[in-house]
Design a protein around this ligand. Structure first.
Ligand code: PMP
Length: 280
């Protein structure tokens, strides 16, 4: 089922106005929440980020936080979802096409679920990646529907048989096309600071916490593509990719071409977190 404008309806019953601003301008925000064994992982953090993204683009959420949480849980039950995701988006609604905000548009919230298994092969064997120029706008901290820069980067990676694009601005690594990037050098972790150049990933925030708990030093500072290529370990984080080791970047093998020990320790912590959720 689809949660559309506060109602649960069948997909065929949803009618999107051709002048919806999400459709015409990408004028809206979204979230992807992971579901393990029918339970939402980090729902609070995702809804906090949705609120923040909305506020940053001056968009009102059409329903209350409590109702939204309840509706998401209902949606998972109605769809009998075990492993998958909930996709949520809010657009500024439909109105005669003008760039500036229309006076009378009502924001529209849509949510639906999709089945998705855990990326077990990637977690175990690692992934290949490609360095791609980051030419996106300067508010990458907003989880906006405008994903063309990310789409083009991921496509370039895929055309080169790579799972993910690692983006850089003039040699400074920012993040992945749909993930955050960490490197490990001499036992220390490095990741781009959470500023306007990256999305502050929920998985990234979990990894920062795990690293502290495991007494790994974390440096939230920029690093270069050279440092990336010379790292002992590299991994990406995201809601759907979890903590995926990077074993190749362009033609360069990372570490020994297999997941490193720091990455494995963090993956173990993540696994424990999932187990805590599903054993409730
Ligand atoms: N950066 C970008 C550009 C993304 O699209 C995502 C995926 N939402 C992330 C980082 C990772 O964020 P999260 O861990 O919250 O999924």
């Amino acid at each position: 089922m689809i949660l559309y404008n506060g109602q649960f309806v069948e997909r065929e019953e949803v009618s999107i106005d051709i002048e919806d601003r999400g459709y015409q301008f990408g004028d809206g925000v979204y979230e992807v929440i992971r579901v393990y064994q029918g339970q939402c992982f980090a729902m609070k953090e995702h809804l906090d980020r949705l609120e923040r993204s909305s506020k940053e683009i001056k968009l009102d959420c059409p329903i209350s936080r409590m109702k939204l949480e309840d509706n998401i849980n209902q949606l998972i039950k109605k769809d009998r979802l075990t492993n998958g995701i909930v996709y949520l988006q809010i657009t500024r609604g439909a109105a005669k096409r003008t760039h500036q905000f229309p006076e009378h548009a009502k924001s529209v919230l849509t949510a639906y679920t999709s089945e998705m298994e855990r990326p077990l092969a990637n977690l175990q064997n690692g992934i290949n990646t490609k360095l791609v120029d980051d030419f996106r706008w300067l508010r990458c901290d907003i989880k906006s529907l405008n994903l063309l820069g990310n789409v083009l980067a991921k496509q370039e990676a895929q055309e080169n048989q790579c799972y993910e694009a690692i983006l850089h601005r003039q040699g400074t690594v920012t993040e992945g096309s749909s993930s955050n990037v960490f490197i490990v050098k001499n036992g220390k972790l490095y990741t781009h600071p959470a500023n306007n150049f990256i999305l502050n990933g929920i998985t990234r925030q979990y990894v920062l916490r795990f690293a502290k708990e495991e007494h790994f030093e974390v440096i939230e500072n920029t690093f270069s593509t050279e440092e990336l290529l010379k790292a002992d370990e590299v991994f990406i984080t995201s809601t759907t990719s979890e903590i995926s080791p990077v074993v190749k970047i362009d033609d360069q093998i990372i570490g020994e071409g297999r997941p490193g020990i720091v990455t494995a320790a963090l993956q173990k912590k993540f696994e424990e977190e999932i187990n805590k959720l599903v054993s409730h």
